[in-house]
Structures are given as C-alpha cells and as structure tokens.
Design a protein around this ligand. Structure first.
Ligand SMILES: [Zn+2]
Length: 150
C-alpha cells in the first residue's frame, strides 16, 4: 500500500474539498465524480477515500464496495444517458490513486485500447482481431499460474 503521494494527489485534494469535482456519490469509503474529459457525457469514476495507488492493493471489501457502487451508479447511467452498455475499466494510468472508470458505451470501440487500431487503405480502423489469439494451451498455462497457490 502506498500513500506517500497523498499530499500532492489531485484525487486526495478533491476528497478533502480543496479541488473542484462534480460529485455523484460519497459515503464513508468512496466517492464518485464525473470525468473531466469524457468520451461521452455521463462518464464518471469511483475512487477510494484512502489514497492507494494500485487497485490491486485495495482490500477485498473496499474493492467490492467500489465495484458495487459503480454498478449501482451504472444503473443510473443507463436510465439517464441511455448508452448501449455500461463499461468498467481500471487501467491505473493517469492519477496514481486507484479509480474505477465507468463508461457509457455507444459502440464497442468506446472501450478498446490503441492495440486495436489498425491502418488500412481507408485510414485507421478499430479491429478487435488486431490483437492476436492466444493458444488454448497458453491460456491454460496462464490460468494454472493463478490456480497454483490457491
Ligand atoms: Zn490520492
């Protein structure tokens, strides 16, 4: 767990009320506020009140609470913004304070990474098949790594 950046973290400043945010939820463990640069209107993030950089360092209970909060607010997003899907992304880049991005998706390309972008004669295109398939035996070997110590 890291909290050495809590004095300079913009999310901690928002939590402390020292920086502006359009807050949609706050309880004793987390808060949610709108993303400043949404791909589509309605995009927000859920963050723990405690400064923890990596989402994987959250306790089970805190991670679950953040996910459930994002899910409940996602229902609100469906009603208000009527996207085709609600997407949930944790990538850990940007602000070094764990955050769950909740995205109103209108098309599948709203949630893909740059690895899905391919150059064609007609220009750039999003293609899920741009990421190569992993063989079943490699997938099974990957899964075995997770299962080994359980
Ligand atoms: Zn922070």
């Amino acid at each position: 767990m890291t909290d050495h950046n809590s004095t300079t973290c913009i999310f901690c400043a928002i939590i402390a009320g020292h920086a502006p945010a359009s807050v949609v939820h706050r309880d004793d463990l987390c808060m949610a506020f709108m993303n400043l640069r949404p791909l589509h209107p309605g995009e927000f993030m859920v963050i723990p009140l405690q400064h923890i950089d990596h989402f994987t360092d959250l306790s089970d209970d805190l991670a679950a609470h953040i996910m459930v909060t994002g899910q409940r607010l996602g229902r609100w997003m469906m009603q208000v913004f009527a996207p085709k899907r609600v997407g949930y992304v944790v990538h850990g880049f940007g602000v070094a304070h764990a955050h769950l991005n909740v995205l109103p998706l209108r098309e599948s390309s709203d949630i893909v990474s740059e690895k899905h972008i391919v150059q064609t004669d007609a220009g750039l295109r999003i293609a899920h098949e741009a990421v190569p398939l992993r063989s079943r035996s490699d997938l099974n070997a990957d899964a075995a790594q997770f299962l080994r110590d359980q």
